[in-house]
Design a protein around this ligand. Structure first.
Ligand SMILES: Cc1cc2nc3c(=O)[nH]c(=O)nc-3n(C[C@H](O)[C@H](O)[C@H](O)COP(=O)(O)OP(=O)(O)OC[C@H]3O[C@@H](n4cnc5c(N)ncnc54)[C@H](O)[C@@H]3O)c2cc1C
Length: 434
C-alpha cells in the first residue's frame, strides 16, 4: 500500500519535497551537499537549522580549543563527493596563501595521509561557499518535532517559529560528557570545572605557569595536555589506563563489509556490545603518543594511572587532588577531557519524539531506524543517532558519508516506486521529482 503525503494529492505537477536538516555540523553539512549534488533537494527546498552563527561552528570551536593540528581520519574523509577532492584542492591552491598553510604544520602526516586541521577546514569552507550552504542556514534551535497524523508533513518547532516540511533529518551530534561527582563537589566550593569540549569552556582563568589537572587518557586529553604545556602550564594527566597508541578510533574494517556484514546480521542488543568493543576508546594517535612521552621526559607532564577520588579545595586556584591509588598532588586548575557520553544524544527533543510517536529503539535507547535510516516515514537520523545501523564509525566523517548515501538511495528508491505506481494506475496523481 502506497502512502501519499496529503499535500501532494490532487496535483499532477511534480513537486520536490522540502527538507529540514536539524544540526549544521559535519553530518548536517555533508548531507546537505549530497542532497544538492544528487538533486534530491534544491536550494529552494532545503534548510539547515542550527543555533550557531556559522555552519560547522561546533567542530571548529572544539578542534581549535584542544589545539588539534591533524585529523585522525585519512585524506579521503571529508565533506565532498570525490574521495580525492582534498588532494585536488591542495594542488589547486598550492601557490596561494589560502588559510590551509599554517606555520610549519605539514598538510598531510602519516600514518594514513591525515590532513591538517587548517587544510580540512579550508576545504570545508570551500564546499560551503561552492554550494552556498550558509544561505540555507537558519540560526535557530529546534525544541520539538511533531506530525499531526501519520504520513502528513512534519512540524519543526524552533525558537523563531515553525517550519512545515516533508523530510526531517536529525543530525544533532553527540551527547556531552557527564560531570563526575568529585567535580560537582569542587564546583560547589567555587572551583570552575569545565569539560574541554563544553560549549562555554574557557581556559583564560587559569593562572599562568600553574599546574593543571587534565582527566582522561584518550586523544582529546592528550591533545589538551600538549596544548596547555605549549601555553606554559605544567600538566598532570589522570588516566585509568596506560596511554596507548592506535592510528584509528576503531578498526578501518568497520567502514565496510569486513565487520559490518556480521554487525547487520546481529540483533540490536549484540550490535551495541560490538560497538563498545570495537571502539579504541582512550587511545591516542602515534605522533601524540611520542609528544606526550617527550613532555614527560622534559618534566612538563606527569601521567597518573588512577582516577580522581576527591578534590580538597584550599582556594579555587589551589587544590589538592586525591587519586584512587592513594597518591596526592597540588594543582591550580582542572579541565575534564574524558570522552563524550555514550548514552543517547539529543536530549528532550529526541526523548519527546520517541514517546509521542512510539519510535523503535534498541535496548540501549538508541534509534533502531532500519537500514534506510528512516526512523519514521520522512524522518531520518545521522551521526551518533545512527549507530545501531552504521556501527562504531557512525559519528565520524566516514559515518556522515554512509548516512548521506543511504538517505539519498532510500529517497530515490521510494520515488521510483511512487512513479511506477502512478504509471500502472494510468492516473498520475503526483510524484516526487528526483
Ligand atoms: C575534538 C574532536 C576531533 C575529532 N576528530 C575527528 C576526525 O579526525 N575524524 C573523524 O572522522 N571524526 C572526528 N571526530 C568525530 C566527529 O567527526 C565530530 O564529532 C563531528 O563534529 C560530528 O559531527 P556532527 O555533525 O554529528 O556533530 P556536531 O559537529 O556537534 O554538530 C551538531 C550540530 O547540531 C546542532 N544541534 C544540536 N541540537 C540542535 C537542536 N535542537 N536544534 C538545532 N541544532 C541543533 C549543534 O548546534 C551542532 O552545530 C572528532 C570529534 C572531536 C570532538
Amino acid at each position: 500500500m502506497l502512502h501519499l503525503n496529503n499535500s501532494y494529492l490532487g496535483t499532477s505537477a511534480l513537486r520536490r519535497p522540502d527538507w529540514t536538516i536539524i544540526g549544521g555540523g559535519i553530518h548536517g553539512v555533508l548531507l546537505a551537499r549530497h542532497l544538492l549534488d544528487t538533486q534530491v533537494a534544491t536550494p529552494k527546498t532545503l534548510r539547515i537549522l542550527d543555533p550557531n552563527p556559522w555552519l560547522l561552528d561546533n567542530w571548529k570551536r572544539m578542534t581549535a580549543r584542544i589545539g588539534m593540528t591533524h585529523l585522525r581520519s585519512p585524506m579521503v574523509h571529508h565533506l565532498d563527493g570525490d574521495p580525492f577532492s582534498l588532494r585536488t584542492f591542495v594542488n589547486r591552491f598550492k601557490n596561494s596563501d589560502v588559510a590551509m598553510q599554517q606555520n610549519d604544520v605539514k598538510l598531510f602526516i602519516e600514518p594514513n595521509n591525515r590532513p591538517s586541521l587548517a587544510l580540512f577546514n579550508a576545504h570545508c569552507d570551500e564546499i560551503i561557499e561552492q554550494y552556498d550552504l550558509q544561505s540555507l542556514h537558519v540560526q535557530t534551535s529546534v525544541y520539538k518535532v511533531t506530525q499531526l497524523q501519520e504520513n502528513a508533513e512534519w512540524w519543526v518547532h524552533h525558537t523563531h517559529g515553525t517550519r512545515c516540511t516533508d523530510k526531517v533529518v536529525l543530525a544533532t551530534g553527540r551527547a556531552l560528557a557527564i560531570k563526575p561527582d568529585w567535580a560537582k563537589h569542587a564546583e560547589i566550593q567555587g572551583v570552575r570545572v569545565d569539560h574541554v569540549l563544553g560549549e562555554h569552556t574557557n581556559i583564560d582563568h587559569f593562572q599562568s605557569g600553574s599546574t593543571l589537572l587534565v582527566t582522561g587518557g584518550g586523544l582529546t586529553a592528550g591533545q589538551t595536555a600538549l596544548m596547555l604545556i605549549e601555553r606554559g602550564f605544567k600538566v598532570i594527566m589522570a588516566s585509568r589506563h596506560s596511554i596507548r597508541s592506535e592510528a584509528y578510533d576503531s578498526d578501518p574494517g568497520w567502514m565496510g563489509p569486513k565487520y559490518l556484514n556480521r554487525f547487520w546480521r546481529s540483533s540490536y542488543g549484540v550490535r551495541r556490545s560490538m560497538i563498545r568493543k570495537a571502539r579504541n576508546r582512550g587511545t591516542v594517535t602515534p605522533e601524540i603518543f611520542i609528544q606526550l612521552r617527550a613532555a614527560q621526559t622534559a618534566c612538563k607532564l606527569s601521567i597518573v594511572r588512577a582516577s580522581v577520588s576527591a578534590i580538597d579545595v584550599v582556594t579555587p586556584e589551589l587544590m589538592i587532588v586525591r587519586f584512587s591509588d592513594g597518591s596526592k598532588q597540588v594543582i591550580g586548575g582542572i579541565l575534564l577531557a574524558t570522552g563524550l557520553e555514550t548514552t543517547r544524544p539529543g536530549g528532550e527533543l529526541i526523548n519527546d519524539l520517541i514517546n509521542s510517536m512510539t519510535l523503535p529503539i534498541g535496548q540501549c535507547g538508541f534509534p533502531a531506524p532500519g537500514a534506510s535510516l528512516e526512523w519514521a516515514p520522512g524522518l531520518y537520523v545521522s551521526g551518533a543517532l545512527a549507530e545501531l545501523e552504521l556501527g562504531p564509525t557512525a559519528p565520524n566523517i566516514s559515518g556522515a558519508r554512509m548516512a548521506a548515501e543511504r538517505i539519498v538511495l532510500n529517497e530515490r528508491q521510494k520515488s521510483m516506486r511512487l512513479k511506477q505506481e502512478c504509471d500502472t494506475s494510468g492516473q498520475v496523481r503526483t510524484a516526487y521529482a528526483v
